[in-house]
Every structure is written in structure tokens, then in C-alpha cells.
Write a new protein. Structure first.
Length: 595
């Protein structure tokens, strides 16, 4: 194996070890276009040569903003890093104000955008970013320089020796990228990650993922500007795995059927949606087929790894897999056997049923500041435990502080926050990164995350509430699409609930209940409110009296990234949601002093 110490070493390792024809594959005008390992490196070198001709110096910053994952992003990534400059990926969906802040704060010299929507946002603030020399696009856009101009500029190989010289001067400890976290309050923080931060995390996580080296196919669609998906794509390159880029989150089910991947990443919200769709199809069945379907579901929900349920259960599971679960797998392309879950905790019932269906969802844990992986499950060697984030990866140390906070030390821990020593010193103390998450390590070495330290709150009676535990339980109901638990300083927990409008419409037809047509009418319909109250009451039984959700209000709008309620990785923006539904909060707590 070639020695890998810098991020741009991964494609060279792939070329030397696997040399695959479909290293990077993107769909253009309805056709999947393949880029081989050698073409990937050839184009990346052309970009490096062009950047040198444009005057790019070591430690210059270049922003890349793409609405979807695509081949160009990875060629740019390697092309930028080889010059000793830094790649600054930016979330496409953030506001123009945040674009302006990040481009100025990073002092980006050039900006590469994917499409006209992103271009318009950048153009609207370009005059306020004095460092920005030029904007290039990946798509063909009128009156905008195209990235292929750089490929043309770099075609002449006469300065390749200069590229090689720059590459040789890039140290593993050098800054590779600045990732601005999509904070729910205030301005984004620039997380500085070195080559070694990410490379060490890739190599220390890689042995937890059971790939068939050189023969696996991945579907990549989670935001590449997030370190999670980006790090996983380096793992794919390390293993000689073909990377097919999904067109969008909306087209994922279509792309899965076309690509037939072996592996992909996921976040809980997407996995929940896949499950809901499968269950909806089962509900439409009739007679013996329907009975068999839900019999298999019941079997799946009882799943325990390593045949802990005994031989009688395993026999029933074998039948369920043959008759029902095999069809689930077919619906997801037929080859998918591994989904790597990140971003937030997965409901244990989903981990059980997908494992039963041989669609293994392995849960991991980490943060942007830890490059990102701290721990991850692995079905091999008894390394898989439902309801946990797996065992700590090699060369990473975790300890639990007296208040339950998870502290992390290792080569994966960030260099610090860009231009913010004060904030860095607040989270990096005595070599340990303070994650802000609450958790525990069980006797078998598995890490369990219970909540965000900042998101936990006390009721006026002094009882601690962990919102994520309640929210994950409530989302088991098919009537509930999204939920946010509130009640800091109040007598009891309450919740904002975004109903599953599609399911409720079907439910109302079956039961011949008039609920209106608009989301506003559905959210205020008494029959709907009563039915959701029944669901909440049933699910409340799992919790202590002080934790039970006593009151809730339904929201008429669908929570989304564009609407501002969700981050790009589909986590709740709690402060935004609370402010947006201020009037509903006051209905839950009429005597509250809203703040």
C-alpha cells in the first residue's frame, strides 16, 4: 500500500492498488458518466497546474459550493489540496448573509459553484467580498466562467514539476480544510481540520466497514460539504469502491434502483422515511399477504444480533427473510447490505428491523470537530450493539466527565476554530475536546449517546428532560413526521408536532373522516388532534411521570432545510423552531414568559 498521509494520497493509492474504470460516476442529462482512477488524477493535476498559473499560493483558500454531490467536486478537492491551498466547502442552502460571512472570514480567493441558483446567491454578495477574484461554475451558465477553462489552462504540463514540488511540501500536520458548521445561532464557526486529522480518521474507521475491496459500489448523496460524507468518500477511495453520486435527496429511491449500490450513508430521518414507505406498502396489501407482511415485521422488531434469540426465532427469521424481507432488499436495488448512519441517534426498532432484513444500519458517532468519527458499530467480532454508537475507534480516547459529557482526545481532534482562539480554548481543554454531548460507556466498551448537553433542560420542578429520547420514541408513530420537545423551566414537557400529512390523509379516507384539504385544516382538525393525543399517550408509557409530554400543538407547515427548521443533515434547529411557533408555545404554556 502507498503511504497515505495527506488527503490527495487517497486517489493515488486507489490508482496503484485498484485502478478502476468507475472511480467517480455522475449523472448528466440522464446518463451516468464514469471517470476512471487515472482520469481523476489527470484532471486533478490539470486543476493544480491551472491554479498555480492563476497565482494560488500555499494556504490560500478556495470555496466550493455544490447543490449535489458530483465528480467535479472531488477533482477540485484534490486539485486544490495538491497546491498547499485549502478547500473551503460551503453548504449551498445557507443564506446570502452567511455566504458573505464565510467567504470574507476565510478570505477565499476563488469560488466554484454547481449551478445557477448558487451562482445567483454568490453574485448578490460578491461586491462585498474584496478577496474574491473570480467565480467558476460546474454547469454551463451564461456569463459565468466554467471550470473546464481551468482544465484547459492546466492542459500544458510544463509546470507539473512545480505541482510536484508543492505536493512534497504539504505536511500531514498542515491545514487541509475549513468546514463552517451550520450553527443554529450566531455566525458559523470555521472548524480547522488538518490532513492528518481526516486521514487518521479514515484509516482508523476503515477497518470497521466490511467492504469487498475493489468490488463495492457506493451511492453518495448526503451533503459533501459536511465532513461525514466527505470522510466516507475518502474511505470509498481507499477501498477502491466505485462512487455513484445521487442526483438529490428527492431522487434517492430512483437512483438506488439504477445504481444498485452495496453501501450508502444515511441519517435517521431518511431511514425513518424508507421504513414508513415500506410499511405503507404493507398496509395496502390484503388477506394472507398482509398477515404475512406484518408477521415478518413483528419478527424483525424482536431481532437481536448473534442469534441471541435462539434457534426457534432464527428459523422464523429465515422464513421472514425469504418471504418478505427479500422483497424489501429488491426494492432497494437488490445489493444494498450496509447503511452507515450518522448525524443523530437512530431509533433502536429501526436498527433491529433493518438488520433482520439484512439491510444492516451501523450507527456511529462523531462531530465535525473530530473529523468526524469517534465510535462506530461493526457486525463482525461482536462489535454491534443496538441502541449504541459502537466501540471507540483505534487511536481515539474517550472519557466521560463528572456531568456525563463525552470528552475526546486523538489525532482526529481539530486544530481549532479559524481566527477564534477564545472559542477554541473553551472546547479544547487539557488536550480533550468537549463534545457537548451526554453519554456513557457500557461494560462491553460500547458508547451510548443520551442527549446534547445544551439541549437537556430542567422543568420548574428540577427534573432533567432529555428531548432526543422523547422525540425518538414519539416518531415511532406513523401520525408524527417531526417533533420537538419544549418546556425549559416550565412545569412539564410539551411538544410541537409536525403531523405526517400524507399518512393522515390516507387514514382519514379509510375511516371516512372529514379533515379538510389544506395542512392548516388538518393541523387544527379535532379528530386528528384526538388521534395524535392517543399516540402520544401510548408512547408516553415508556417514560417517568415527570418526562411525559402533557400538552402539544400541531404545526401546519412542513419542517424543511429551505424553511429554516432543519440543518442540512436534517437535525432540528431548535431556537428557530421555538421562535417560529412562539404563539403555539404560549398555547401550551399560557402563563409562560416567552424568551
Amino acid at each position: 500500500m502507498n503511504t497515505i498521509t495527506r488527503l490527495f494520497d487517497f486517489p493515488y493509492h486507489q490508482l496503484a492498488t485498484y485502478n478502476i474504470e468507475d472511480a467517480l460516476v455522475t449523472k448528466y442529462n440522464g446518463n451516468w458518466i464514469k471517470t476512471s482512477s487515472s482520469e481523476y488524477i489527470s484532471k486533478a493535476n490539470a486543476i493544480s497546474r491551472a491554479l498555480l498559473r492563476l497565482g494560488i499560493q500555499k494556504n490560500d483558500k478556495i470555496a466550493v459550493i455544490s447543490s449535489a454531490n458530483r465528480t467535479e467536486w472531488h477533482i477540485m478537492d484534490v486539485g486544490i489540496l495538491q497546491t498547499g491551498a485549502q478547500n473551503v466547502p460551503i453548504y449551498p442552502t445557507i443564506s446570502e448573509t452567511d455566504y458573505q460571512y464565510i467567504l470574507n472570514h476565510s478570505e477565499s480567493k476563488y469560488c466554484f459553484v454547481s449551478d445557477v441558483d448558487v451562482l445567483q446567491k454568490v453574485k448578490s454578495i460578491q461586491k462585498n467580498v474584496p478577496s474574491l477574484k473570480e467565480v467558476y461554475s460546474f454547469n454551463d451558465i451564461e456569463n459565468c466562467n466554467n471550470w473546464t477553462e481551468l482544465l484547459q489552462l492546466g492542459k500544458d504540463e510544463s509546470n507539473q514539476a512545480e505541482v510536484e514540488n508543492r505536493k512534497s511540501q504539504v505536511l500531514p500536520t498542515d491545514l487541509a480544510t475549513i468546514i463552517y458548521t451550520s450553527g443554529t445561532t450566531g455566525q458559523p464557526k470555521g472548524v480547522m481540520l488538518s490532513h492528518n486529522n481526516i486521514v487518521s480518521n479514515v484509516l482508523d474507521s476503515a477497518n470497521r466497514i466490511p467492504f469487498v475491496a475493489g468490488k463495492s459500489r457506493a451511492l453518495s448523496f448526503l451533503p459533501i460539504c459536511h465532513i461525514y460524507e466527505r470522510m466516507v468518500t475518502y474511505i470509498y477511495q481507499f477501498y477502491g469502491c466505485s462512487i455513484y453520486f445521487g442526483e438529490s435527496i428527492e431522487k434517492i429511491s430512483e437512483n438506488i434502483k439504477e445504481v444498485k449500490p452495496n453501501v450508502m450513508t444515511g441519517v435517521p430521518r431518511l431511514i425513518e422515511k424508507v421504513y414508513d414507505k415500506i410499511i405503507a406498502k404493507g398496509t395496502d396489501l390484503t388477506g394472507i399477504k398482509k398477515k404475512l407482511f406484518f408477521w415478518a415485521v413483528e419478527i424483525g422488531l424482536q431481532f437481536e444480533p448473534y442469534q441471541k434469540n435462539g434457534s426457534w426465532y432464527e428459523m422464523k427469521l429465515k422464513i421472514a427473510r425469504k418471504l418478505i424481507f427479500s422483497k424489501w432488499k429488491e426494492g432497494l436495488g437488490g445489493n444494498l447490505n450496509l447503511i452507515v448512519n450518522g448525524s443523530a441517534a437512530l431509533q433502536p426498532r429501526l436498527a433491529r428491523i433493518f438488520a433482520a432484513a439484512e439491510l444492516l444500519v451501523v450507527e456511529g458517532y462523531g462531530l465535525t470537530e473530530t473529523s468526524p468519527v469517534i465510535s462506530v458499530n461493526d457486525m463482525r467480532n461482536h462489535g454491534f450493539k443496538i441502541g449504541t454508537a459502537g466501540r471507540i475507534i483505534d487511536h481515539v480516547e474517550v472519557k466521560i466527565a463528572s456531568d456525563g459529557e463525552i470528552l475526546c482526545k486523538g489525532s482526529n481532534v481539530m486544530m481549532g476554530y479559524y481566527k477564534d482562539q477564545k472559542l477554541t480554548d473553551e472546547v479544547l481543554i487539557d488536550g480533550y475536546f468537549h463534545t457537548g454531548d451526554i453519554g456513557e460507556i457500557d461494560p462491553d466498551g460500547f458508547l451510548k449517546i443520551t442527549d446534547r448537553k445544551k439541549e437537556m433542560f430542567k422543568t420548574s420542578g428540577g427534573k432533567y428532560i432529555a428531548p432526543q429520547l422523547l422525540e425518538n420514541a414519539m416518531k415511532q408513530s406513523r401520525f408524527i413526521e417531526q417533533i420537538m420537545v419544549v418546556g425549559d423551566g416550565e412545569k412539564m414537557p410539551g411538544a410541537f408536532i409536525q403531523p405526517n400529512f400524507e399518512f393522515i390523509k390516507e387514514w382519514s379516507k379509510i375511516h371516512k373522516i372529514s379533515i379538510g384539504t389544506s395542512n392548516q385544516e388538518i393541523a387544527t382538525n379535532e379528530a386528528v388532534i384526538r388521534r395524535i393525543a392517543e399516540e402520544v399517550e401510548t408512547l408516553n408509557e415508556k417514560f417517568g411521570n415527570w418526562e411525559k409530554i402533557k400538552r402539544f400543538e400541531l404545526t401546519p407547515t412542513i419542517w424543511s432545510i429551505d424553511g429554516g427548521e432543519l440543518t442540512p443533515t436534517l437535525k432540528l434547529k431548535r431556537k428557530v423552531i421555538k421562535e417560529k411557533y412562539k404563539q403555539l408555545y404560549l398555547k401550551i404554556y399560557p402563563t409562560a414568559t416567552y424568551n
